[in-house]
Design a binder for this molecule. Sequence first.
Ligand code: TMP
Ligand code: ASP
Length: 237
Amino acid sequence: MEKREQLYAGKAKSVFATDDPKRVVMVYRNDTSAFDGKKLAQLDRKGMVNNKFNAFVMQKLQAAGIPTHFEQLLNDTESLVKKLDMVPLECVVRNYSAGSICRRYGLEEGLAVNPPTFELFLKSDKLGDPMVNESHALAFGWATQAQLDEMKALTYRVNDVLKKLFDDAGMMLVDYKLEFGTFEGELLLGDEFSPDGCRIWDKATRKKMDKDRFRQDLGDVIETYEEVGRRLGIRFD
Ligand code: TMP
Ligand code: ASP
């Protein structure tokens, strides 16, 4: 496999073509952003940590029968994935209240959300990723009904797998965001799963172990991501 020209650069990852038109290389950079790109920093080791974290989680999900774009880790900061046609929506499941749901509904942080909610956001930094519903997605052509049904079902299946994975390692999966795309007509989980796109708290102390450490200037951002990974059994070296 030969890496070729850059196709796209996001806020934290870049995507490169390969000699196979159906596969791309995802490069995890140290760039870190929050609040739709309004807060930016370079965090040492982040690209490597998130690349290896994502590879571990995607493999666990695949083993549980959830179809993903992930193919293989290429090196510290690069992974080979299937090239997806992305659905421009973010799927968020919440097991505990935190972040925007607290602001939106005046909730205190840390309440159990039962049953866990499923929310859709339009992927648009310019608009601040507004929350949307299924009728918006259908009316404006962001997804079909079949895709919406499948994204919801898969996002909840991910919850069953990952809630247990984190719980067994002494952590709470508070919430997370997933993105999907199509490959040869099939809907696959894409993008990444790392502490950048979810909230994870220590079960005993409720210490924040995710990107809220960066958003809220709590310090030790990447050291804490590595601790989450180590507790799951990931080796960063
Ligand atoms: P929120 O509380 O800001 O709505 O975010 C819910 C979860 O989804 C949280 O773990 C962060 C993640 N998320 C992203 O990673 N990127 C996004 O653009 C959005 C809207 C949420
Ligand atoms: N991922 C989004 C951004 O980088 C939102 C966030 O994490 O706060 O701006």
